[in-house]
Design a binder for this molecule. Structure first.
Ligand code: G4P
Length: 528
């Protein structure tokens, strides 16, 4: 197959949802369609289950399976589909944000009863900012839930989207009869016991036909006709270009558990979802069709085996063909590296690949060369943009609890930060280190992993920090900036990239600082 065809047939996307909306179940059903797995229950949930073990032990268990679920690839109707895993737990939102830099589109799963939940709001906001094309899947139609129109209103209001339904439910919960596929003008009937099979659609180009009454009953037929009338009046016609620009979001209804409405979703997805998109670098826009290789690291996964400190760096190929054993430039280090055993991911297996194409993810075994955000090229000086750090929510001083193991501690901290587990700030005034995390759980994870993987011990101490603000002076030589640095000395730190950060102790302090030093800009993400 030609290089261009290989690119055009790839669909790389992420499924995002609030925990429990049905992301794992939907992923699994998609894999079943691709024939990538044989039975339901094969995909392990990456949920942090509350229960017998403590949360961070659960995270460790989780980490073991998440290498396998980081990328799930399968082929469906000749399309190569790569699903990138996105943790739903809020403490790992940062991981999900980073993964979103490597997808070309997303599917958002919403629970029909719960509607739009908090985690969904945050993740969709990031997608919206990046204009990532979004498809909405409203799940659990076999249960009683909110009215379809109310739900679509909620999606528009809370998520700031403009939706148009491409399928429409006929009843719900106990009365759920099926789905009318607006896109293909077909009805799919639901029967509670066809769980893992796929029912054939009945074609209905004309919904005024009395046939419909016979099949779903006169009352349901009447309701459906009325509802479709409203759909027609209220929602815009589907327009693929608008969807691709991130201006219009199609909605599907179904029940992932019962494999209902999933095929409609998948069939439409492969038709409309974008193939690998161009990506902006600091230097220029890189098109996926360019023949020289470029790619970037969006995730680093440490191995579970503490005796081998091997890691896997996940690289999204942006352009060109990735070849095994070819020399590639690690731009940040200015070094050429060869990879003798790059991994590709298929369903749950990983295997060594000879070549990969734009849109694909390759896993490179790494002994500490890579950081999140690193770029690989064939020699060009290029740095991909778009993996900003957000201000952490929790901050603590980190102290060395075993003076003999200082070296191990620093190495461990360094590598955990490269993996993106947390952010490290060094106070300018006394060199003390402050760890910032998105969730409180990460502190335990860091402590546990330092001890088990690096043989180092750390303790924490409270520090009064409300937010990390990245500092950008309009004029670094101005008197105002000098004064800012002098007055705020106690609160200034340096992040791992060497950027200046103001660790503000309260929202009030941020406000006052902004008023007092208007030419010193404070940012809540590291990229501005
Ligand atoms: P997540 O990855 O988004 O966190 O959700 P997951 O797929 O694990 O689904 C959460 C729960 O919702 C699971 O039940 C799952 O079986 C159920 N579920 C998913 N899709 C549907 C659906 O279409 N209809 C109904 N009725 N339920 C659905 P659980 O009891 O929490 O887990 P399990 O013990 O079944 O694994």
């Amino acid at each position: 197959m030609s290089f261009l065809k290989e690119i055009q047939r790839r669909r790389t996307f992420g499924i995002i949802s609030h925990p429990d909306a049905g992301k794992t179940t939907l992923t699994e059903k998609l894999l079943l369609f691709g024939g990538a797995i044989q039975e339901a229950g094969a995909v392990k949930s990456n949920k942090i289950k509350k229960g017998a073990t403590s949360d961070f032990m659960e995270i460790e268990r989780q980490r073991g399976i998440s290498v396998a679920t980081s990328v799930l690839a399968f082929i469906y109707k000749d399309k190569k589909i790569n699903i990138l895993d996105t943790p739903g737990h809020k403490d790992f939102a940062e991981d999900t944000f980073r993964t979103l830099t490597a997808v070309d589109s997303v599917i958002v799963v919403i629970d029909v009863a719960k509607g739009v939940e908090e985690q969904t709001e945050k993740l969709v906001e990031v997608c919206r900012m990046r204009k990532i094309p979004i498809i909405v899947f409203i799940n659990k139609m076999d249960r009683e839930g909110k009215d379809a129109f109310d739900l679509m209103d909620e999606v528009e209001q809370k998520l700031g989207l403009s939706v148009t339904p491409l399928s429409f439910p006929i009843g719900m919960g106990y009365d759920f009869k099926g789905i009318y596929n607006i896109y293909e003008k077909k009805i799919n009937l639901y029967s509670g016991d066809n769980k893992q099979t796929v029912s054939k659609g009945v074609e209905f180009t004309d919904i005024t036909t009395p046939e419909l009454d016979k099949i779903i009953g006169a009352k349901s037929a009447e309701t459906l006709r009325e509802e479709l009338e409203i759909v027609h009046e209220v929602y815009p016609d589907f327009d693929k270009d608008e969807y691709l620009k991130g201006n219009l979001q199609p909605v599907f209804f179904g029940s992932a558990l019962n494999n209902f409405g999933v095929k409609e979703l998948l069939d439409c997805f492969i038709e409309i979802a974008p193939s690998p998109q161009p990506k902006m670098s600091e230097e220029r826009l890189v098109d996926s069709k360019e023949e020289t290789l470029t790619g970037f690291v969006f995730k680093i996964h440490a191995n579970m085996d503490p005796n081998h400190r091997n890691r896997i760096a996940f690289v999204k190929i942006v352009s060109g063909m990735f070849k095994r054993n070819a020399p590639y430039l690690h731009v940040r280090q200015g070094k050429k590296l060869k990879f003798s055993s790059p991994n590709a991911f298929f369903a749950e297996k990983k295997e060594i690949v000879e070549e990969s194409y734009p849109g694909d993810i390759v896993g490179l075994p790494d002994t500490g060369h890579f950081k999140i955000g690193d770029t690989l090229t064939e020699g060009e000086q290029l740095n991909f943009k778009g993996i900003p750090s957000f201000s952490p929510e929790h901050f603590r001083y980190v102290n060395n609890a075993d003076p003999l193991k200082a070296k191990q501690l620093f190495k461990g901290l360094d590598q955990l930060m490269d993996e993106g587990v947390a952010q490290l700030f060094t106070l300018d005034i006394n060199g003390r280190k402050v760890v910032g995390t998105v969730g409180a759980l990460q502190f335990e994870v860091i402590q546990y992993r330092l001890e088990h993987e690096y043989g180092a011990k750390c303790s924490y101490e409270n520090v009064q920090v409300h937010k990390a603000c990245w500092v950008e002076p309009e004029n670094p030589k101005s008197e105002e900036f000098k004064e800012f640095k002098r007055v705020k000395q106690r609160y200034l730190a340096t992040d791992k990239q060497g950027q200046l950060v103001f660790l503000a102790d309260s929202a009030f302090s941020i406000q006052m600082t902004q008023q007092k030093y208007p030419t010193v800009k404070l940012h809540f993400t590291s990229e501005f």
